[in-house]
Each structure stands twice: as structure tokens, then as C-alpha cells.
Design a protein around this ligand. Structure first.
Ligand SMILES: Cc1cc2nc3c(=O)[nH]c(=O)nc-3n(C[C@H](O)[C@H](O)[C@H](O)COP(=O)(O)O)c2cc1C
Length: 489
């Protein structure tokens, strides 16, 4: 047996290594029945969590202050598996956080708030030779009275409770070996570094080569993203964040709502002639276009109508390639032309159709191959398809599922390969141009549709197997045959 190593004074000052605990959010309480069924109570809700063993129920009493995560393991004994199941149930519902710190409930180094529903804190083994560096997507900011460390790549955010960690992160702007970090006063043990590495807030750098740090971040898909664009994407969609989202009126009572119509400028006013004529087909379409949220399931859209719709809005009209502007040695770039306008003729947007009720087409998820004018089936789990449909129903406050739910996804790299700083903004502008085209084409065919402002990028990634930063949703549109307005009595 090796002789125990002498603990030097510096190590003593740092104290015992911090422990990882799972802890209930402050507003949540647990209740257990005699048969082992547990429920979480928060606000006015009660969420059943399932049945657990008597030992697990007893250990769960520690959750309000912190239950050591070592008590939970998917491949441990029956009690550890039970506790892991309970923690996952709570985490999936956003009712739980993790703390890394000492045994005292207020002795936190960091508090970890899951952002992905299936986040589980992992501490991969680090060797002295491992070289790590701060991800260029990581950032720290004040949130209320706390300092938070976040990244659009991370499955969780870290509330920083120890100023030494901020200093350590500053040093990690350049690559360091673990052996170098361990010698620093602000070193807080391997668990924190491992947790940050697991969340891609720290990344492994093969060599201390500053020129290849952008590549060290991961695949080419990540190299192509600007920092603010990836942050904007993950923070303005559902799936990879746990922040409140949508029409929540957060400023009610604090700031008055702005008027619907801008107050007129005080300058000279030139009154324009009225034109309420509807002479052209376009004028008719613009006049008739409106949002349809409820669909007639006795008269589903037909495959022929869907084919005409897709042909009119998104089919490739022409293809060509041309050399890179301003460079003699650049690659030839391929272009297409399609019915709606697109920045740089990049046409980075793809249509994925969740088919619920279409005459002539089996329900499921399909990709529209805009070149071949064909639908390609994608094998997805029925519960994922249903979750996608249900979030559209919720967003539209609709009475039933749309007959077809179109997800507009972007191949991000197609546009960011060319445009710096404005890539994501251009994508959203393209979504706007396409959305109006979808509305007008639906109206023209006597169909109904409605744009949807929210999309779940994590769900789409699970359904398609595509990395969220490579190709993912940036818009949605419900389509079908609207319920005919009832005739006046
Ligand atoms: C970008 C965008 C996002 C929208 N998101 C939603 C949505 O999530 N839910 C919904 O019911 N309607 C949504 N709409 C539809 C608008 O509510 C609708 O266009 C607006 O009320 C005007 O009504 P109209 O389309 O019938 O003229 C969205 C429209 C746009 C352009």
C-alpha cells in the first residue's frame, strides 16, 4: 500500500474537496404517501413522481438542503437506482438544482441550474496531462444579485459563489495543463473543472497552440458560428434553456404598453389618395390572407394540394455555380433559385413536415427535398411527434392539432460560411420572407395557415439526430384546411 502523502499547508487551507449535492428548488416541497408514492408541490401544482422504496423516501428528506449525488447511480444498487430515478423526475420538471460545496448548506462554490431537461452532472476523469481552455462561447454576467457562468453549448448554467473561480476562468483564456492549474491557489479541486468540461464551458485543447483554439472547440459546425449568433439562437428558442419564454407580459404594472400605432410626426402631412380597389390577384391574396389556427379534420388537406403548395413556395427553380467573389483561388459555390427571396441566394432554409392528417400521406415526419420535389420519410418516435404537435396546439391556443406542422430549419453553416456578424439575423429575415410566402400560397389554394413564434431546438435534434448547431428549427407554420366560418343565421 503506498504511504499516505504528507498534506502541505496550502492544501490544508483549501479544506476538504467539495461534494456534489442535488437540492430541491426553494419553492418546491416533497410529500410521500405510506405506499412510497411521492409528489412534488410547487405554486398551486402537485406533480406525481412515482413510487419509491422506503429507504429512498427516507433519503429524499435530505433534498431540501442537499442530498449527496453519490447516493444516486443508474448502475448502482436498488436504492441508488431509485434515488437516481427520483432526481431525474425532479430535474426533468425543472424542480431541482445541484450544488458543489461543503457539507454546510450555505457553503457553495457553485450552484448548477440545469438548462436541458435531461442534464445530469458528470465529472469525467482528468489527468495531469490534460490541457484545457475556456470555450469562446462561455461568458459570465450579473443576473439579479448573482454572477452566472453560461454557454449556449452547456446543458446547465453555473451560479458562481467564489471569486477565486472567476480568477481561475480568466487564467483559462489561454490553455493550461491540469498539472499547472492544480498548483494555483484558486484551484478548487478536479470536480469543478470536470463539470465545466462536461458542459463545454471548458474544452480540451490538444496543444497550447493559440491559432487553432477556434478549431479546438469541436466540429466545423461550431467553427462557423459567431459567439452572439449561437447565444441568440439558443436563448430565443425552446429546448436548451430554462428561462421563462413567450407571451408572459413580464413588464405589466411597471411600464405602460406602447400604442398600436406610432404617434404621428409633427411635420407637414401629405394625405395619400385612398385605394380600396382589389383589382389584381396579388391584391386579392393580400386582402384575404389571415391566420387560421383551427382545422377541419373531416376534410384534411390532400397530397395533391400539399404538392402544389410546396411547389409554389419552396421548390428549386434553377441551379448554378460560380467562383468566389474577390478571390482567384476560392472554391466554386453552388446556388439555387426558389420562389421566395433569400439573403445571398444561400437558401439555407429546409422544410420538415410533421404530418398529422393529410389525405394520401401516412402520418409522420418528412423532409421536403426541394430539388427532387419529393417528401422523404424520417423515422421518429411517436411521442416526439406528438410533443411537437402539442406545443404547436399550445402556441396557437388551437382546438386540435394542425393537419400539417411545417418546421423551418436552417443549415446554419450555409450562410455563416460567408457572412460575419449578421448570419443569424439574415436567417431570421429569410424566415420572415418565407413565412409570408407560405401564408400567401396557402390562401391562394384555399387552405389556412398560421406562423408559430416558438420552436423547440432540443426536441428537433432528438427527432432528427442532427446537432442543434448544425441544422435546426428557426420557425414553424401550421397548415391545413381551415374550419369554414359558419353561415350567418
Ligand atoms: C413571426 C410570427 C410569429 C407568430 N406566432 C404565433 C404564435 O405563436 N401563435 C399564434 O397563434 N399566432 C402566431 N402568429 C400569427 C399572428 O398572431 C397573426 O399574424 C396576427 O395576429 C395577425 O393576424 P392575421 O395573420 O390573421 O392577419 C405569428 C405570426 C408571425 C408573423
Amino acid at each position: 500500500m503506498p504511504a499516505p502523502r504528507k498534506i502541505n499547508e496550502k492544501k490544508k487551507a483549501r479544506g476538504t474537496p467539495p461534494t456534489l449535492f442535488a437540492r430541491l428548488n426553494a419553492r418546491v416541497s416533497l410529500q410521500a404517501q405510506a405506499d412510497g408514492s411521492m409528489a412534488a408541490h410547487f405554486d398551486d401544482y402537485s406533480e406525481p413522481l412515482g413510487k419509491f422504496s422506503a429507504v429512498a423516501v427516507e433519503r429524499a428528506q435530505q433534498l431540501p438542503t442537499g442530498l449527496p449525488l453519490s447516493a444516486a447511480a443508474p448502475d448502482g444498487d436498488a436504492v441508488e437506482r431509485d434515488i437516481e430515478r427520483l432526481i431525474r423526475q425532479l430535474a426533468r420538471r425543472g424542480l431541482l438544482e445541484y450544488r458543489l460545496g461543503g457539507a454546510r448548506a450555505d457553503d457553495d462554490l457553485v450552484v448548477i441550474e440545469p438548462q436541458l431537461p435531461d442534464y445530469w452532472p458528470r465529472t469525467p476523469k482528468l489527468t495531469d496531462a490534460t490541457t484545457i481552455v475556456l470555450s469562446r462561447f462561455a461568458y459570465m454576467r450579473r443576473r439579479g444579485a448573482e454572477m452566472v457562468l453560461e454557454s449556449p453549448r452547456a446543458g446547465a448554467l453555473f451560479r458562481i459563489r467564489d471569486a477565486g473561480i472567476a480568477a481561475l476562468l480568466t487564467a483559462l483564456a489561454t490553455p493550461h495543463k491540469i498539472s499547472q492549474i492544480r498548483r494555483q491557489d484558486r484551484y478548487r479541486g478536479p470536480a469543478l473543472l470536470a463539470l465545466l468540461l462536461d458542459c463545454h464551458i471548458l474544452v480540451e485543447a490538444d496543444a497550447a497552440d493559440r491559432d487553432t483554439l477556434r478549431q479546438a472547440e469541436g466540429d466545423d459546425g461550431l467553427v462557423l458560428w459567431d459567439f452572439h449568433d449561437l447565444l441568440f439562437h439558443t436563448r430565443s428558442t425552446e429546448g436548451r434553456q430554462a428561462n421563462p419564454l413567450g407571451g408572459l407580459y413580464p413588464h405589466t404594472g411597471l411600464i405602460a404598453p406602447l400604442p398600436a400605432i406610432r404617434p404621428a410626426w409633427p411635420g407637414k402631412t401629405i394625405k395619400l389618395p385612398d385605394s380600396d380597389r382589389i383589382a389584381s390577384a396579388l391584391e386579392r391574396l393580400l386582402h384575404d390572407r389571415h391566420s387560421t389556427r383551427d382545422f377541419d379534420d373531416r376534410k384534411p388537406i390532400t397530397l395533391a394540394e400539399l404538392a402544389a403548395f410546396l411547389n409554389n413556395v419552396a421548390r428549386v427553380r434553377a441551379k448554378w455555380s460560380s467562383p468566389l467573389e474577390f478571390a482567384d483561388d476560392g472554391p466554386d459555390i453552388e446556388y439555387t433559385s426558389r420562389p421566395y427571396p433569400a439573403a445571398g441566394s444561400a437558401y439555407e432554409l429546409e422544410l420538415y413536415l410533421a404530418v398529422g392528417n393529410c389525405d394520401g400521406l401516412t402520418p409522420g415526419l418528412y423532409h421536403y427535398d426541394a430539388d427532387a420535389h419529393a417528401l422523404v420519410a424520417i423515422d421518429v418516435r411517436p411521442q416526439h411527434l406528438e410533443a411537437m404537435m402539442q406545443s404547436a396546439v399550445f402556441a396557437m391556443d388551437a382546438s386540435s392539432r394542425p393537419q400539417i406542422l411545417i418546421t423551418i430549419a436552417a443549415r446554419f453553416g450555409r450562410i455563416s460560411w460567408k457572412y460575419s456578424a449578421i448570419a443569424y439575423a439574415l436567417i431570421l429575415k429569410d424566415v420572415g420572407a418565407l413565412t409570408q410566402t407560405l401564408y400567401l400560397a396557402a390562401t391562394d389554394l384555399g387552405l389556412g395557415g398560421c406562423a408559430i413564434g416558438t420552436t423547440n431546438i432540443d426536441l428537433f435534434a432528438k427527432m432528427t439526430g442532427l446537432d442543434f448547431h448544425v441544422e435546426g428549427p428557426v420557425g414553424q407554420f401550421a397548415l391545413g384546411r381551415g374550419i369554414a366560418p359558419s353561415a350567418p343565421a
